[in-house]
Design a protein. Sequence first.
Length: 368
Amino acid sequence: MLLNKSKTVVVKIGSSLLIDQNNQIRKKWLSGFSADIKDLIKQKKNIIIVSSGAIALGCKKLKLKKSSLKIDKSQAVASIGQIELMNLLNKIFSVKKVNLSQMLLTLEDTEQRRRAINAKRTFQNLFQLGFVPVVNENDSIATSEIKYGDNDRLASRVAQISNADCLVLLSDVDGLYTKNPKLFKDSKLIKEIKTIDDKINKIAKKSISNYGTGGMKTKIEAAKICQLSGCSMVIANGLVERPIKKILEKNNCTWFLPKISKLDARKKWIISSVSPKGDLIIDEGAINALKNGKSLLAAGIKKVDGIFKKGDHIRILDKNLIEYARGLSSFSSNEIIKIQGQHSKKINDLLGYITKSEVVHKDDMVEI
């Protein structure tokens, strides 16, 4: 079971799971879901929840119909709904002693490398603090041009950024069927998909939901992102009680298997990045540290070439100017000039503010 083997798991829940057809909050379901998350935490897994529902809960509070909202009004409704959503989740999850935090992301936050790295660091720090991040698209400021429009693809990007092993999309169906199960009784559940071909794309139909904006088509798009990120993805029925437990016990769902390993996906992403913005020339001691799987620290840097920002793609050269690795810089070129050759303990004093110690983290580096 891929879920059992996963260290970091992203779980996406849609609006239809939070609010039933009678416009009532599904508190009993949420209680069971919180128990599922608690069980995963007990297994030493890092969990991220991507939740829809801000606009739906805002509409419920204001007694409005989502279909009648224009984008400027929906932004205001989302702002109201965000508080409703987090209050609801925090109240229910606190019973299980699960600590929640909130992260609001936009399309730009996941598509721009510098912002994506900052988001990744935040996820890592929240895991270390023992918190479960609840991610939602920032509908209060996002416009149609910079919106995901659905949280399936947002969830896949969150899985990619956080280096997750598995993405769980909880839906109102068991998975991907050969035909729409709501219309055809002879439809069959597809248990495992290795390649998303034309046949799979054609049978992906939009789901019926009054509040959600996603459908099976967006879930297939999310699966494509996961497959190329080395992350497995599962579509499962979230309407049942204890949906995660059901996946683990019955596995009545659709699994999308990754095409490449997470390491290969990350290498491909870094190496295929645009032309490096600059170079770091490092000493022999630093080269040996990198060979042993360590991060690049300021002490081993001898020279900085080029002008670049935090998060930019750079080359790492040895003293003979031979390229050893490429990576994503955690500092700007101006900052590195100030701290090069210095011990990590001195960085905060030299820069005048608290920051990380690795100039290029080992997870953001690929040997050439």
